[in-house]
Design a protein around this ligand. Structure first.
Ligand SMILES: NC(=O)c1ccc[n+]([C@@H]2O[C@H](COP(=O)([O-])OP(=O)(O)OC[C@H]3O[C@@H](n4cnc5c(N)ncnc54)[C@H](O)[C@@H]3O)[C@@H](O)[C@H]2O)c1
Length: 351
């Protein structure tokens, strides 16, 4: 069965959806797009799709089964509700809404209409994340203890509408939602403690350099960091487990994985580190003969699985991968992370 879709908002990401569905998801025919700026719709000719004159015209087209919402964050809620009420299945860009209460409103309408609703958490298909997940799932690292997941830009401020609070700008809603969704897929146990440092350094009025701290019921502790003025990047991922350590340096997914040997016996007196000011055994590197270096797990990722899953669900053949309840959990964590910075303290929670 083939599905017909339309895109609402033909800016950077809306255009990306059109081009990538056309290239990689033959089961979906993109019929057209609507954008509030007529100049954005000039692209429709090159893309070979129809330009709708209004949102109502797009939503009134009975051929459209599925709409993708790719407009600034503050308009997601009303547009999603309108599309669901018009009988459309909806894929909504991240962050789905500005807070959990808004998403609850969408979910209520989704349930009432029985239509599909899913958030485009595309970074679940990023290779770096899937390497970390595979290493965990294959037991290569033991139980995870400390996980650092960082994305570091160098262009200082937030770009365009992302720099305005009223549009749902700021880093927590922009990249925070990706890194939170990933870490909550990596460890599906409850989050029991959160704290945040949401700095506004270069973009007045919104958070642009942020650190999020999460403790999971499993015992795993995570630090998620996003910055906009980093000229020497640290690792994209640094993952410590009870029997191994993994790092992934950058978007190219180069990295290393070391694992303790089954018999990792060593003497404390070996390889003591002496600095100018003193000795340390505790922080000395592990003797090399007690470890194995393993290749990073091979993973095959294909973003088109996101839309193929949507088609499978519409055909009644599969369960939704990115479920609204998962997005609701993420938004509830985000609510608390905003509060943590506003109130100046972390929270114990059960999320
Ligand atoms: N998942 C990802 O990897 C990813 C990447 C980038 C952006 N996004 C998300 O996609 C959405 C759009 O971001 P972007 O980077 O494409 O922004 P953008 O500014 O490039 O594009 C937004 C477009 O929406 C249009 N628009 C604004 N209000 C509208 C309305 N009421 N009706 C119709 N069109 C309207 C604008 O004219 C513009 O063309 C955001 O929610 C953003 O967070 C997701």
């Amino acid at each position: 069965m083939a599905f017909t879709s339309a895109v609402i908002g033909l800016g950077g990401m809306g255009t990306w959806h059109v081009e990538n569905i056309q290239k990689k998801v033959p089961r979906i025919h993109v019929k057209g797009a609507y954008d509030i700026r007529p100049e954005a719709l000039e692209k429709t000719g090159r893309l070979g799709i129809q330009a709708y004159g209004s949102l109502d015209e797009l939503l009134g087209d009975p051929e459209i089964d599925l709409v993708t919402i790719a407009i600034p964050n503050d308009m997601h809620k009303d547009t999603a509700i309108k599309a669901l009420r018009a009988g459309k299945n909806v894929v909504c860009e991240k962050p789905v809404t500005l807070n959990s209460a808004e998403l609850e409103e969408i979910i209520a309408v989704q349930k009432e209409t029985g239509k599909l609703f899913s958030v485009h958490q595309n970074r679940r298909w990023d290779k770096d994340f899937n390497i970390v997940k595979a290493a965990k799932d294959q037991g290569l690292l033991g139980d995870l203890t400390f996980v650092e997941s960082k994305v570091q830009g160098s262009r200082q401020s937030m770009y365009g509408w992302r720099g305005h609070k009223q549009n749902g700008g700021g880093m927590l809603l922009d990249w925070g939602v990706h890194l939170l969704d990933q870490i909550m897929q990596l460890d599906k146990s409850k989050i029991v403690k959160v704290d945040s440092h949401l700095l506004s350094v270069y973009t007045p009025g919104v958070d642009d350099n942020i650190k999020l701290m999460l403790l999971f019921e499993s015992g795993m502790s995570a630090v998620l960091e996003m910055s906009t003025m980093c000229l020497i990047n640290s690792y994209r991922w640094h993952v410590e487990g009870t029997s191994g350590t993994l790092c992934i340096r950058d978007w190219n997914c180069e990295g290393e994985l070391y694992q303790l040997k089954a018999d990792a016996a060593m003497e404390w007196d070996e390889d003591i580190v002496y600095t100018e000011a003193g000795p340390t055994r505790t922080m000395a590197p592990r003797p090399k003969y007690t470890m194995n270096q393993l290749p990073l797990p091979e993973v095959h990722v294909d973003w088109s699985d996101y839309y193929n899953n949507i088609c499978d669900v519409l055909e009644g053949k599969a369960e939704l991968i990115v479920k609204p309840e998962q997005s609701l959990r993420v938004m509830r964590v985000i609510d608390l992370l905003f509060r943590a910075t506003e109130e100046g303290h972390g929270f114990a929670c059960e999320l």
